[in-house]
Write a protein that binds this ligand. Structure first.
Ligand code: FAD
Length: 280
């Protein structure tokens, strides 16, 4: 099923992100974890792509498996950094053959091991086969400023992105301001907020490094108070993410994407917290 026929409608939806195994020896273990998230039967599942295409066949295998076993629509991420046009065409045709109808078209970051010209054929995520794209409420780290970032975002939408998923954020006002600016720029596709449940203190450093997003004082206090007790920290992270999602729905957002990181206990808890709301 096409994601564009799921998002932007009246029905409230929750979707999850899973990642594929990095190595073939991990395949079964990681597949089972990803399938655990699919068993919750969210609106759809996105399957990430390892830096520089390092997991391309596993991304496809996980996405195909989820669709076939659980009947849940998937969107396969695809990065173009370091890729040739031929390899992108091949990836897209493999996706079609596997019955995947949705692609999150990404530029990606230069992988650590890659020493070639990273953006020779594809400089940015705009252009070519594109259904969904990424956007950055707290501005992409490569952008000079928000205005420039939004101008470039418009190019992606004009090139065919039918919906956008945001980088994670922990303060909803950041998302509301961003959407206001995006709409002023004439971008009218759904902007799906990406919510990351932080259930361990150790995730924070990585998240900040990866996304550059700010942690609000309210959340820092929660982490400081509960970080020493694993179960309490997990519960607090789930509650915080649920509250963010609830606030988004209350403010008219229809579709929320959760960076659930293959943890079905976290994804399931958030889903259950919102079960009546989601079946409205
Ligand atoms: P782009 O949209 O190309 O933007 C990158 C920079 O280039 C920005 O500064 C932008 O303003 C600028 N730019 C864009 N178009 C133009 C243009 N036409 N002219 C001039 N400047 C331009 N990474 C992975 O490796 N695998 C994944 O599976 C993955 N999934 C992600 C999912 C989401 C929802 C998000 C938010 C990010 C994901 N990433 C993933 C990370 C992403 O690949 C990096 O953030 C990367 O640095 C940017 O990719 P992009 O597609 O957003 O880039």
């Amino acid at each position: 099923m096409k994601i564009s026929s799921i998002v932007g409608k009246d029905k409230l939806t929750l979707s999850f992100e899973v990642f594929p195994p990095k190595t073939d020896s991990d395949f079964e273990k990681v597949k089972e974890a990803a399938f655990g998230v699919a068993a919750i039967k969210p609106a759809y599942i996105s399957v990430t792509y390892g830096a520089g295409g390092s997991t391309s066949t596993n991304t496809l295998a996980i996405a195909k498996g989820i669709q076939e076993k659980y009947g849940v629509a998937t969107i396969a991420h695809l990065t173009c950094v370091g890729a040739s046009k031929d390899s992108i065409i091949k990836s897209l045709s493999d996706m079609r053959d596997a019955g995947i109808e949705n692609v999150l078209a990404l530029r990606g970051d230069k992988p650590k091991w890659f020493d070639g010209e990273p953006f020779k054929e594809y400089k940015y995520a705009s252009g070519g086969f594109s259904v969904g794209g990424a956007c950055y409420p707290e501005v992409h780290p490569d952008s000079a400023n928000r205005q420039e970032d939004i101008i470039n975002l418009k190019k992606k939408v004009d090139a065919g992105c039918e919906f956008l998923t945001t980088q994670m954020f922990f303060d909803n006002s950041v998302y509301y301001d961003f959407v206001e600016n995006v709409r002023k720029a004439g971008i009218d596709v759904p902007v799906i907020p990406g919510i990351m449940p932080i259930t361990r203190e150790s995730q924070i450093e990585n998240v900040i490094k990866l996304s550059g997003c700010k942690m609000p004082q309210q959340f820092i206090k929660i982490v400081d108070r509960f970080k020493e007790d694993k179960a309490s920290m997990k519960q607090a992270g789930i509650i915080y993410a649920t509250q963010q999602i609830l606030d988004l729905y209350a403010n008219g957002v229809k579709n929320v994407h959760v960076y659930s990181m293959n943890d079905s206990s976290v994804a399931g808890a958030i889903y259950n917290n919102l079960s009546d709301i989601l079946s409205m």
